[in-house]
Ligand binder design. Sequence first.
Ligand SMILES: [Zn+2]
Length: 294
Amino acid sequence: MIVSATVHVFSVCWTVMLKNSLMSQKPESFTCDSTSDPAPVASTSSSACVPGVAGLGFTLLLSLVVGCSPRDRALGQGWIDVTATLDPATTPVYQGDAPMKFDFLKDMRKGDKLTLSVYSLGAHSGTHIDAPMHFVAAGAAIDQVALDPLIGAARVIDIPDSVQAIDAAELNRHDWKGAKRVLFRTRSTLRGWMDSSLFHRDFAYVAPDAAQLLADAGVVLVGVDYISAEQFGAPAPRTHQILLGRGIPIVEGLDLRPVQAGDYDLIVLPIKVRGHEGAPARAILRKRTHQEPA
Ligand SMILES: [Zn+2]
């Protein structure tokens, strides 16, 4: 919390310093009032933080210490999109699921006065979230899934290309304990399968014994990088039943090519559809550079 507050204060200071540098071009001593409210500071020329050469150097030094520019954090930069782009030409559809259809009803490129389109797609298309209702009769629908599991610290774990079954033994080869949200970066990412319309049956999956370990450890979200977390052709949907039975949403179909293994902040938010068992989602990650509450 202390580090978090510090970063916030420097973010505010940095913004004001830049503004004042542009407005006054006068070197002044560096002071920082950590109690000032950022809104009025940003909207007036009165300054809580005034830059001097020493102050600028000090801030740059602290930027290196926290690992990123305070200005970047203030502007919300550093987020990496790990959503598979929905495109009927490249998005895989699970065997037997509904085909995706994207059509333009009107198209300005063809002389219409506006552009208007329509989508038809399965609820489990591309990057999406399975709500408990998917495999639990009385489970929560997608519009009832709490936000807490969907926003916060997440650990990306690299699973080698040779591994198809992420079972308990494979899981325990990796540093996953203590993580609140676990995302598996597997052969599916290495082979670019979320960007390939051909459906691959031999995607890596979370085996039931690993799902049990994750659920028992208090993990609040599990993510995989292909359109199902379950083994293709599994005799029973045990992995789904174990995770969803504990109320743990599953993110499926992540495209984790832009990230490496490590700790990130995650935001993954599904479309809010009343009473359905799943929905496409947008997922973004940002490298964690400091300790914050998970
Ligand atoms: Zn699904």
